[in-house]
Design a binder for this molecule. Structure first.
Ligand SMILES: [Ca+2]
Ligand SMILES: [Ca+2]
Length: 393
């Protein structure tokens, strides 16, 4: 079933509401390695304790970012293409990487990727020895059946508590057809929290005792938060707040601050609006079982983009006015914004840092952010679907 396009005037009015009152800081986004093109870069992270930064390509290869800004090629750190299996290369592949907080002593890191037959997402632990990855060390922690090729999400990140958080999408297709996001027995449409150093029962990981659904019949104890559609961007800021950008369906893109046990609404809600095509049972709104849905701290309509790419809270030195802003963008339009919220998580400002891509044939949609990542000097790398790595200037 197709959703009727919303009335343009309504969307433009909504768009006007999301525009900032404050002037945008003068920021330029420029290719940092003009001669280097890495197909579909999706994440970058420094190897802790080294000067080497890694770049994940969705096809299954992890590269080392060259030191030479003029480099035309990047060295391969790990070729994982023998394990990453891709049926539809639009959303499947190698999607996430996280280093263990004690990587310096144990060499452990984590990958999230897709396999086929049956279609599934995998979260694995691997070990690097002297910072060289050992593919034979793979230990599979999670295998999550994927009903469809899209909405795999897959962004492992360690919290300040030392536990591994990983987002999962709703499994795919439109309208949450299997109603996974609200189903607490499904690991889809969730943010999970596991203890990679522990073991609970037969599980290859531990369940932290303070997870919100521990001991609740009919609920998976791995779940930390639920009601997500396709999180693309999961980030702990310095203050320990967990930011999640959740990609919308046809109308609204959203940014959430994730709370323990929180229900972020999909597919009852898209952004801060009722989702008309929801297949879920009617919401219980009164009594002790009343369902509380948490609206995003910020949303924008499809007048301004089509797919949010979550970011990071900027803590660098080069752009003092951006300090404390959550920098994010839209994969489709090329907009980049900086969102400021107060201590209570209420929106204070949302400034435009980059205008949308012009649609003339020359420029096309060249800038399509897939990730915003903090580099060791506190500034940002911005990865783009066109294979380029950008920085702010
Ligand atoms: Ca899927
Ligand atoms: Ca939501």
């Amino acid at each position: 079933m197709q959703i009727r396009p919303p009335h343009l005037a309504a969307l433009l009015a909504a768009s006007a509401l999301t525009q900032p009152a404050t002037a945008a800081p003068a920021v330029k986004f420029v290719p940092a390695f003009p001669n280097l093109t890495i197909k579909k870069p999706v994440w970058t992270a420094p190897i802790p304790g080294t000067d080497t930064e890694l770049l994940l390509a969705q096809g299954g290869v992890i590269y080392e970012l060259p030191e030479d800004r003029g480099a035309e090629e990047a060295k391969v750190w790990l070729d994982f293409t023998d394990r990453v299996q891709i049926d539809k290369d639009f959303e499947e592949g190698l999607l996430g990487l996280a280093f263990h907080p004690k990587y310096a002593s144990n060499g452990k890191f984590y990958l999230y990727y897709s396999r086929q037959n049956p279609k599934r997402s995998i979260l694995s632990e691997l070990v690097a020895r002297d910072h060289k990855p050992d593919p034979s060390s793979e230990r599979v922690l999670l295998e999550i059946a994927q009903p469809y090729w899209n909405h795999d999400s897959g962004l492992p990140t360690f919290g300040p508590d030392g536990y591994l958080y990983v987002s999962t999408g709703d499994g795919g297709k439109a309208n949450d057809p299997l109603m996974t996001s609200q189903n607490l027995f499904s690991l889809l449409g969730k943010i999970l929290r596991i203890d990679v150093d522990g073991r609970s029962g037969d599980l290859p990981y531990g369940i932290p005792e303070d997870n919100p659904f521990v001991g609740k019949p009919g609920a998976r104890a791995e779940i930390w938060a639920y009601g997500l559609r396709n999180p693309w961007g999961l980030h702990f800021d310095k203050g320990g707040r967990l930011w999640c950008a959740d990609v919308g369906q046809a109308l609204w893109e959203e940014i959430d601050l994730i709370e323990k046990g929180g229900n972020y609404g999909w597919s009852y809600r898209e952004g801060a609006h009722d989702f008309e095509l929801s297949r879920n049972p009617p919401l219980v709104t009164e009594g002790k079982d009343a369902v509380k849905l948490i609206d995003p701290v910020h949303e924008y309509s499809h007048a301004d983009g089509i797919s949010i790419t979550g970011g990071v809270v900027y803590d660098g030195e080069a752009f003092p006015r951006l300090k404390g802003h959550y920098i994010y963008g839209d994969w489709g339009s090329g907009y980049v914004w900086g969102l400021k919220v107060d201590g209570e998580g209420k929106k204070v400002a949302n400034v435009i840092l980059r205008q949308r891509n012009r649609t003339d044939a020359k420029q096309g949609r060249s800038f399509q952010p897939t990730a915003f990542a903090t580099r060791p000097d506190g500034e940002l790398w911005i990865l783009s679907w066109d294979g380029k790595i950008y920085e702010m200037e």
